[in-house]
Design a protein around this ligand. Structure first.
Ligand code: GLU
Length: 610
């Protein structure tokens, strides 16, 4: 069973295909003799999403020549090589309202009207890169293959057929040579253009090529950036105004999507940021558009409300969650005193998780949410893991906001900057550098950092010299004489920064109490990635599971800085049970209490993750 089988999109396409199969109007183009051979019954539809999923129905695997649907891609390629300004001197951007093959040229500006009609596309072909005709053809094929994500070939029969009969295009090319609009030999330029039109594609290919445009220029399957975002915008604009021959106005009114059609019966329509739709059905209406193709696009647009001006109104909320350090704690295991401080003043740390796309309007809404945070907010911790894009307008407003907040003395911490999204990552790193912010890789470490800074402002500094055993929760219920007994069992051990104190899998027969510095607990997942799951400071203990329960260490514990621990051997603890059972009972009771606290913390975390 195919991956898409049974999906509602697939079922929708099947219904649409079945309904339109019976629409037997139109004529297969015959002015290029080879095209006349196409079967009128051929009919395929494909949808491609911006993450490269394709849904297809009918003859979606049969190749046909791309014809004019190639024009936007060739124009995009020229834009990325030559830039808008240079290209505008050679080809305009005005719709003509004339037929695709009209011989009307913009005499005032000495250029064809736009690159979606033959004259403009031939002028674009005259700008191809490469020193020889062969190199130019190879370059054209390379460009189209990058869009499709597979090697595309030229249909030689169609190429030859058009080269032999394409006298109207020949006339256009010579006329342009005469007016100095092109300066290469017309026959050679035409041959490149005819080969481009004769590239063999299926609707699946076309849909994927369209997905590159819908996806801002990046091929979703190969990850190849074929066009820049500004070039995609220019290409889509021309598809919107000039893509459907002299039907462009009515098309924009009714369907409202940038699109391009071709005489072999192909139509490609783009819903920017979402998907593309490719249709192939050779019979054409009198304007030269595929009859079934037009009808299918009309229905799809109507059924799903895809007209671009229909979607323009919604602003996405990029703020996924707002919390404070009162509601959520880092994995750091804390003594009761620090826990109390955080419960009391944790609201000074605001935690905001962002999602989706930051653009002009969503940034405005986000900043309004930030400004509504309590006045006491001293730390603003931003979690970016779900942010998918940030455009220049949003970056600018965000930067202004950060400048203002920094001036007010709010500390801003960026966490989980998504390294796999190059553009988001570059924008956020730019903001960090610009405003000298703190960026911390994991959310937990960032939250711990905020907590530490807040606590450092508020708690009495920990005095190691007067550190005594009863500050350790495990021994806090022991009286003087009992403490004196325990003291004889304790061995201080020093560790330097980065040193592993306990290693996962080792036999564990020592219980450690942190006397100075902090240590972190690390575990490994099934794929071998290491995660920091908690940390401990003075007064906290670790290694108790293996030391008291027997067995092996379940995690690594590493010194974050120079650390002093008190070590207690399990044999000595056992002896203590024999010689001083009352001490043992008290210690075990404290241990059970501490476990209760840790369990409650773990439960809170699990429910926060739901
Ligand atoms: N190769 C065809 C021509 O130049 C393309 C026309 C089209 O698809 O509109 O006539």
């Amino acid at each position: 069973m195919g991956r898409t089988e049974g999906s509602p999109f697939q079922r929708y396409l099947e219904g649409l295909h079945a309904e339109l199969k019976g629409l037997n109007k139109g004529q297969v183009a015959d002015y290029i003799p080879e095209l006349a051979k196409a079967a009128p019954s051929n009919f395929g539809i494909s949808f491609a999403t911006i993450d490269g999923e394709v849904y297809s129905v009918g003859d979606s695997g049969i190749e046909f020549s791309i014809q004019s649907v190639s024009k936007p891609f060739a124009y995009g390629g020229a834009l990325s090589r030559l830039g808008t300004e240079a290209l505008l001197t050679k080809v305009g951007v005005e719709p003509t309202g004339e037929a695709f093959n009209s011989i009307v040229l913009d005499q005032v500006n000495n250029r064809p009207f736009n690159p979606m009609v033959n004259a403009g596309a031939i002028a674009v072909a005259a700008l191809a890169e490469g020193d020889t005709p062969e190199e130019r053809v190879a370059g054209m094929r390379r460009l189209f293959s990058r869009f499709a994500g597979r090697e595309l070939a030229v249909d030689e029969a169609v190429h030859r057929s058009e080269a032999e009969t394409g006298h109207r295009n020949r006339a256009i090319a010579y006329l342009m040579l005469n007016s100095g609009m092109i300066d290469r030999p017309p026959e050679e330029v035409l041959d490149l253009y005819f080969q481009q039109c004769a590239l063999r594609v299926t609707t699946e290919d076309l849909a994927l090529m369209g997905a590159v445009l819908a996806n801002g220029g990046v091929n979703p399957r190969t990850g190849d950036r074929v066009l820049g975002a500004a070039e995609v915008r220019d290409v889509l604009t021309l598809m919107m105004t000039c893509g459907m021959y002299d039907y462009a106005g009515e098309w924009s009114y009714e369907v409202g999507l940038p699109a391009k059609s071709g005489v072999s019966g192909g139509i490609l329509a783009i819903l920017p940021g979402q998907l593309s739709v490719a249709i192939w059905s050779p019979p054409l209406d009198t304007i030269g558009n595929s009859v079934r193709g037009i009808e299918a696009c009309r229905q799809i647009s109507r059924d799903f409300g895809l007209h671009l001006f229909m979607n323009a109104a919604s602003v996405e909320d990029v703020v996924r969650r707002v919390a404070s350090a009162r509601d959520q704690h880092s994995m750091r295991i804390r003594n009761p005193r620090d826990r109390d401080i955080l419960l009391e003043v944790g609201h000074r740390i605001a935690i905001v998780e962002l999602q989706g796309t930051l653009y002009f309007a969503s940034a405005e809404r986000m900043i309004r949410r930030f400004d509504a945070l309590p006045d006491e907010t001293r730390y603003l911790l931003l979690d970016f893991r779900r942010l998918t894009s940030i455009d220049p307008a949003a970056r600018r407003f965000f930067s202004d906001f950060l400048r203002r907040k920094c001036a007010e003395g709010v500390e801003i911490i960026f966490a989980e900057v998504p390294g796999h999204r190059a553009e988001v990552c570059a924008a956020l790193e730019g903001l960090v550098a610009e405003h000298d912010l703190t960026a911390i890789e994991t959310f937990d470490a960032a939250l711990e950092d905020c907590e530490e800074r807040l606590l450092a402002d508020l708690r009495q500094p920990f005095d190691f010299t007067s550190f005594s055993l009863n500050k350790i929760s495990l021994f806090s219920t022991l009286d003087h004489s009992e403490l004196a007994v325990v003291e004889t069992l304790i061995h201080p051990v020093a560790y330097s920064e980065g040193e592993t104190i306990v290693r996962r899998g080792d036999e564990g027969d020592i219980l450690f109490v942190v006397a100075r510095g902090t240590v972190s607990v690390w575990v490994e997942d099934q794929r071998g990635s290491r995660f920091r799951v908690g940390s401990m400071g003075p007064g906290q203990f670790f290694g108790e599971m293996a030391a008291l329960g027997g067995g092996r260490r379940s995690a690594d514990v590493v010194a974050d800085e120079s650390v002093v621990c008190y070590a207690l051997r399990s044999v000595e603890i056992e002896d203590l049970g024999q010689t001083h059972p009352q001490i043992m009972t008290k210690v075990l009771r404290s241990l059970a209490q501490e476990f209760g606290v840790r369990l409650r913390q773990a439960n809170a975390l699990v429910s926060a993750l739901k």
